[in-house]
Design a protein around this ligand. Structure first.
Ligand code: ADP
Ligand code: MG
Length: 458
């Protein structure tokens, strides 16, 4: 029974967090025992590194999904690694590993939500590496956490993806929860704010919604660009902003663009966002990237030599999320294969991925994955049948043949049952546009792509 549950769990995690997370972390874990009487799930990790990583990053997901799959309200999760058992520190470890949380609260409001809801205990000021690219943002965030509502209000933080905005917002949140325990501090992503607002309308609970937001001492809204073109939400937010602002409550925004450059947001809101301090985070310099790699390794209790840190720092592009991903792949690989982290090992892990992805994606793999996803055979995809669903799947196949297998438009036409060039151009264009306009489809496309890449790597 536990195996079955664990497999269902893996499927959910794959959808929510992607195949890479499953392959790197969860495949290594076994669900060893389920104790019904105490609602305790015992998981087994192969070593301490994996145990700590999973605990630190995925406890929330594990609790949430296992509780649901096992149909219990509160669940206790205990993760052991083999050493925990060998050393017989069971009692000490167990108390340390226990996490209890009512399952009810863990169920997200809108299906599987990724970012925003998880408490990020590791996003602190002292785990943030300061460099010339982010020093103003960092200093301002600290000042805001120390003296909320007085110095920089609102505080508007903007910059590209993966450059530390969410980290700083959570750092403010975490710091304030420690130093001002009585204050109500709320971190919310703008898209969850939108959903909450929509639900409030639907359930006729607008008053409650407004009251909640108006009673907050510090409001941190991440990725504010997501309220663009949502006029009614903007209207509601405008009033919340005014109430908080004039009551000297702190408001912090993060965004991918400078306030005035935000498209689809009402002028009066944009101007208010720039009333306080606007600071940006930029791409880090090499030195900062090296320092970040070293800091992250240190936080996982792993020592990296300078040449390895330098190699990892320069192998990823400017985005820090990618940088972290590269480091994690190296650490995971070393840990799973019981090897020390050397420059050669880091090179073998990192150098191959991008090229491999492109080279070994075959035409067959693409069509197979698309066919499987939409439940059509290869013959159907190539056929002249133009039912709506089938045509759509066929267009997805053409799009992915171009994007992932890099086949020429002419050859795609030939392969897909002798269709002409303009049909392929139309298909590629249509799918690209559809993906831009529909988030849900975009994530379906991602899933198919991940499956294709998985086939390629095998
Ligand atoms: P954004 O919200 O800007 O897209 P995040 O805050 O999610 O980016 O950052 C992506 C990852 O990079 C996070 O894991 C974060 O901890 C890490 N990160 C970003 N900047 C720094 C930094 N200066 N020091 C340490 N870690 C950082
Ligand atoms: Mg973010």
């Amino acid at each position: 029974m536990v195996n079955n549950i664990w497999n269902q769990f893996l499927t959910l995690i794959r959808q929510e967090a992607g195949s890479r997370v499953v392959e790197t972390w969860f495949k290594a874990i076994t669900f060893s025992k389920w104790d019904v009487s105490t609602s305790t799930a015992y998981l087994q990790a192969p070593n301490k590194f994996i145990k700590d990583w999973v605990r630190q990053h995925y406890t929330h997901l594990i609790r949430q999904h296992l509780a649901r799959l096992l149909n219990v309200e509160a669940i206790t999760i205990i993760i052991h690694d083999s050493r925990t058992i060998e050393e017989n520190h069971e009692e000490h470890k167990v108390s340390h590993d226990i996490v209890i949380m009512p399952a009810k609260r863990a169920v997200p409001q809108t299906g599987l939500s990724r970012a925003g809801g998880y408490p990020h205990q590791s996003y602190l000021f002292n785990t943030f590496v300061v460099g010339p690219n982010n020093s103003l943002a960092y200093a301002a965030a600290q000042a805001v956490a120390q003296k909320p509502g007085t110095l920089y209000n609102p505080f508007f933080l903007y910059g590209g993806s993966g450059l530390g905005k969410t980290h700083l917002l959570h750092a403010i949140e975490n710091e304030m929860k420690g130093s001002y325990p009585k204050m109500t501090v709320l971190y919310q992503t703008a898209d969850r704010f939108v959903n909450e607002f929509i639900n409030a309308i639907r359930l006729d609970q607008l008053r409650k919604f407004q009251a909640k937001y108006r009673s907050i001492d510090v409001l941190l809204i991440d990725d504010i660009q997501f309220i663009s073109n949502k006029e009614q939400t903007q209207e509601a937010f405008f009033h919340i902003f005014n109430t908080l602002y004039y009551a000297h409550k702190q408001i912090v925004f993060s965004s991918d663009a400078f306030p005035q450059n935000l498209a689809g947001i009402a002028e009066r809101l944009k101007s208010r966002m720039a009333w306080g301090l606007v600071a940006d985070v930029c791409a880090p310099t090499v030195e900062t990237k090296i320092a970040i790699v070293q800091k992250k390794a240190e936080l996982s209790n792993i020592a990296l030599s300078d040449n390895v840190a330098h190699f990892i720092a320069t192998s990823a592009e400017h985005n820090i999320r990618e940088l972290e991903g590269a480091l994690v792949r190296v650490m995971a690989f070393a840990s799973l294969t019981h090897q020390p982290i050397t420059l050669e090992l880091a090179q073998s892990v990192l150098v191959r991925s991008p090229n491999l992805e492109q080279k070994s994606v075959t035409v067959e793999a693409v069509v197979k994955c698309v066919g499987k996803y939409y439940s059509y055979t290869l013959a159907q995809l190539k056929s002249k049948n133009r039912s709506k669903q089938l045509s759509f799947a066929r267009q997805v196949a053409m799009f992915l043949l171009k994007e992932k297998a890099h086949v020429s438009l002419r050859d795609i036409g030939i392969y897909m049952g002798g269709r002409d060039h303009s049909t392929v151009v139309h298909a590629v264009h249509r799918i690209a546009q559809h993906a831009r306009l529909h988030n849900e489809f975009q994530s379906q496309l991602k899933q198919i792509e991940q499956e294709i890449i998985r086939l390629a790597i095998q």
